[in-house]
Design a protein around this ligand. Structure first.
Ligand code: WT7
Length: 635
């Protein structure tokens, strides 16, 4: 039996037991047998959740790109590493082999070096889903620079916040991007952001849409001529196991986004090991994850996990609806996709368009289907199973987080019997716990509670960039000696987990994690707004949508509420991005508050859910009278 490749349920249980009984031996074997090291570690694990401090493979040295690229050159040099499928179906797909990827990454690494980027420097990458995005990520890793990829749907304000938080020296972007029939002026957004960023010396610009952009003298450079001049090889920087590999921002329930910091060795091992097993990847498979590399799903399961296994990984530039709702299935047929990994929101959006879009295409190559990002409802699960997998391709409902770096609770296809809406069993090495309100662990099955993890795993985030205290407060103080996920979960009679959703003020809209506080801050910038509160409410396609309760100052004669609604969404778009726009905005005379002045979101949530039969005790509120009027005018 190999610990590395689990092939049936019995093996899963054996491997799982070993991983829990003796985690260090378990991870050491995997690290030793399946990865390339420059120097062996002195110690597998040291940890203390009260600080919190976690170190894996201390003393070990390596470069992740040697593991993701160089070691495949002899055995798979001419195999496609990245298969790029452009936005426009008439533009030819591009097969980048491992040899070509090596050359591209080396050239890019030389360009970074020549422009003053060194080990430990932060580089912000703001690019659409084009090959340069993966190549720039890998080029940073090759020279030991810390990449901070910002999803190219974020606004200039959100981009500037992230650039400043990490003190990035460089931004890599493109003139613009294609998104279905539209183009987006990315360079313009970067220019606006950089008005407020002092740390950036250089902007490298990829030419993608051939638009007219302004290049700022002394700061902005076209990338291609630099790559053409650059040397084709670059000897990888030798990194310590615990050196930061990247920063990736995620929303918190309060305050600014959190720059989660991931390590080199632990992250590599866990993303690679989970990829191999969760997708049961075989040598000639063509794997496609539809996420954007701007999210953790793309980091771990488009770039690092697949490449560490020598896989062929698809990068899709476009959207599921362009030129029509058959696009995903056209791509599945065209490239004979074997593993397909997407989000419940995409499944629901496609299901709504009807099966005629699927019926035109041959989907028989599909072996494994995956979902991630939010709970998948039963209807969407069955639609996916019936129409996409034709009941032959197991669905892996994978639960994890930006903070966890890799998949934590998931079926192993062909081993774990699946159950709709259940993420099922913990991956080897993961020790979940359900906790009650008093901080006690709930034992046994058929129970629900707050989901925590009891023991370190290699790819857990090590800190929040520049704010270790916040890391501790957010994840390690709610429950003693445990990592708290922020999710609620239940465990059924056989020990399967079902994730029920966030128990904090994070709302997941179309699979995107949104904190309420930054959205409320944006709304409150509107001059007519006195106060606001955001809650989620169920939405057919997005899973959740945002419901805003807004108290206005006197908006004066002649001003229309509809204008204010549009203006609020406009501000949100500018401050955060269109994904955070509100679906419903209700103007209220006040917001229900506790005597200490805290907004009672629980009541607002119930009203938005149209679940007002049992509001609980409202008599202790400071202003119980507003509740009735909010209910009477609910949208
Ligand atoms: C939150 C993390 C992990 C990559 C994408 C999201 C929710 C994620 C599932 C799932 C139910 C899920 C959780 C989690 N979530 N996967 N399979 N079932 N909920 O990463 O943006 O960091 O969001 O997404 O609430 O805490 P993220």
């Amino acid at each position: 039996m190999s610990n590395y490749h689990i092939k049936n349920l019995e093996e899963y249980f054996q491997v799982y037991r070993k991983s829990v009984r003796n985690p260090e031996v378990f991870w050491e074997e995997i690290a030793e047998e399946h990865f390339m090291w420059r120097k062996k570690w002195n110690r597998v694990l040291s940890w203390d959740f009260s600080k919190p401090e976690v170190k894996w493979f201390e003393g070990g040295q390596l470069n992740i790109t040697e593991n993701c690229i160089d070691r495949h050159l002899y055995t798979r040099g001419d195999k496609t590493a990245i298969l790029f499928e452009p936005n426009n179906p008439d533009e030819e797909a591009l097969h980048i082999t491992y040899k070509q990827l090596h050359e591209r990454v080396c050239r890019f690494a030389n360009v970074l070096k020549e422009h003053g980027i060194n080990k430990g420097d932060r580089v912000c990458i703001y690019l659409p889903m084009i090959p340069e995005l993966a190549v720039s990520v890998l080029a940073c890793a090759r020279i030991g620079a810390i990449h901070s990829v910002v999803f190219a749907g974020f606004s200039a304000h959100a981009l500037a916040t992230r650039i400043n938080d990490a003190d990035c020296k460089m931004v890599i972007t493109s003139d613009g991007s294609y998104r279905g029939a539209k183009t987006i002026d990315l360079k313009g957004i970067v220019d606006d952001a950089l008005e407020n960023c002092e740390s950036v010396d250089t902007v490298l610009v990829v030419k993608r849409i051939d638009s007219d952009v302004t290049m700022k003298e002394g700061r902005d450079l076209w990338l291609q001529p630099l790559l053409d001049e650059a040397y084709v090889d670059f000897s990888p920087e030798v990194m310590n196991a615990e050196d930061p590999l990247f920063i990736l921002y995620t929303s918190g329930s309060t305050g600014q986004p959190k720059g989660m910091v991931h390590s080199t060795a632990g992250y590599m091992i866990y993303s690679a090991y989970t990829f191999k097993n969760v997708f049961q990847y075989k040598e000639n498979d063509v794997y496609w994850c539809t996420a954007d590399i701007g999210w953790i799903t793309g980091h771990s399961y488009i770039v690092y996990g697949p490449l560490a296994n020598g896989a062929t990984t698809v990068m899709f530039e476009g959207v599921p609806s362009y030129p029509d709702f058959g696009r995903f299935w056209e791509i599945v047929e065209k490239h004979k996709i074997t593993q397909f990994y997407t989000a419940p929101t995409a499944i629901r959006a496609l299901a709504k368009e009807g099966v005629e879009h699927l019926e035109k295409y041959d989907l028989s190559s599909l072996k494994v289907l995956g979902t991630v990002g939010e709970p998948i409802n039963e209807e969407a699960w069955h639609w996916y199973d019936d129409n996409v997998g034709k009941k032959k391709a197991p669905i892996v409902d994978t639960w994890w987080q930006t903070e966890t770096g890799g998949i934590m609770i998931t079926p192993i296809p062909f081993s774990t019997p699946t159950k709709p809406t259940y993420a099922t069993l913990p991956f080897p090495g993961i020790q979940p716990a359900l906790m009650d309100e008093n901080g006690e662990e709930i034992q046994g099955n058929q129970v629900d509670g707050r989901l925590c993890i009891k023991y370190p795993w290699p790819s857990m985030a090590r800190t929040i960039w520049g704010n270790h205290q916040r890391y501790k407060d957010t994840y390690f103080t709610a429950f003693n000696q445990m990592y708290f996920t922020g999710d609620g979960a239940l465990r059924d009679e056989v020990g399967y987990y079902r994730i029920t959703g966030r128990v904090d003020d994070v709302i997941i809209v179309s699979g995107h994690n949104l904190g309420t506080a930054p959205i409320e801050d944006a709304i409150n910038e509107h001059p007519a707004v006195a106060e606001s509160a955001i809650v989620g409410f169920p939405h057919d396609i997005k899973g959740n949508a945002l419901y805003g309760y807004v108290t206005l100052k006197d908006i004066g004669e002649g001003r229309k509420h509809d204008n204010v609604r549009n203006e609020i969404n406009q501000i949100i778009t500018e401050q955060i991005g269109p994904i955070a726009k509100l679906d419903k905005i209700q103007f209220t005379n006040g917001l229900p508050k506790t005597r200490s002045g805290k907004i009672m979101r629980r009541i607002l949530r119930k009203i938005a859910h149209k679940d007002t039969d049992n509001l609980g005790d409202i008599s202790t509120l400071l202003n119980p009278e507003v509740v009735q009027s909010i209910m009477d005018n609910a949208l």
